[in-house]
Ligand binder design. Sequence first.
Ligand code: SF4
Length: 406
Amino acid sequence: MIDELEHKYFCILPWIHLNININGDVTPCCRIQPDVKYGSTHTDNLTDIWKSAEVKKFRNEVLSQNNKNSCKDCTQIDKTNGLSHRSVSNFVFKKHFHRSLNDSHTEIFPTYLDIRFSNVCNLKCRTCSSKYSTGWYSETNRIENTNHIEPIRLTENFNELWSSFHKILTQVESIYFAGGEPLLQDEHFLFLEKLIEHKLTHIKLTYNTNLTHLNYKNWNALDIWKNFKSVSVSASLDGHGEIAQYLRKGHQWQQIESNINKIKKQSLEIYFAIHITVSVLNVFRIPASIRFWLDHGFVTDANQLVINFVEHPKYYNINILNDREIESLKKIYLDSKESFVLPSGLNISDGINIKLSHILAKLSQEQQLEQRSEFRRITQELDKLRNENTSLIIPELEALMTEDTF
Ligand code: SF4
């Protein structure tokens, strides 16, 4: 058995997982550095990719601890005691550790797939881009003088894609769908229909969604999910109310609340979690949003709150805060301690404060003050295009928005 303490870069994913991106690239996971790639669905079928020399090579890199650079996202998060994709995967898939002891890749197919069908999305979140959302196209075209029109799609021929997938699904236990926005994509719903038709409803479905829509064309996600044994929905929410609408431009907050309530009222038990993308734009408001979500019963357990950090673009990283801002942030977090109580009276402050301390721990990394002017330039440009005023919506950033020098 692999000893994680002796092998600190060990990750189980290369033995059990494939990440299939919207451009067809197949990689070890969604956090890997861009130069690591197993193959492409445009030129190879998934079975051949899974059995390829590239997969074997990356496994050997992991076993010989030479994956430090390829896996630097996880390594950095682990350094601040955060929850890296590696540590979560090693915990969730521990029962598969034995697979890494021999080279069994030709006999055992993946257990877990991450599929992204396209960048079709209705929102233009501040920290996102046209690479991941068609909602960004018109603004990117204006700002960068580009000409984005068509979405990037994993396939134009769904039936062909399904035949490539079909063989590799035999041992899959769970599939993660992200986007773009999976609940607004034909391919996603067609894929679920195929899973039902082929009696693959034991596969656990997990989602990262902006939760703006549960209905799309003739499909209703809640109705289709009833066919599956297990569904887990993670909503990407970076705040609540006005700041949520500012950060994830294009939705009405009340619609999100209504959809969360619909999910929670389902007879099918759907595990619900909130994924918070922490950036300089929302870092001051996170305790208040967590309190709101607890008060409204959206989450009842600290484990339902998952923290991710924006690393790129660098100007949204919380490490652009100066010393004065860091001190005021620490005070906000300190003042919120002990105040995370559920409507039932249950105090879950300990679990939440661990999450908040991970955010503060990130501030101990090197400051990137040189990014402040770029933050200001981009934010002012977007404010103008969107007719918004960041300093008014987030007064905590007023100095950052107005300073001449740093
Ligand atoms: S260590 Fe992180 S980056 Fe590397 S394969 Fe595992 S999850 Fe991906």
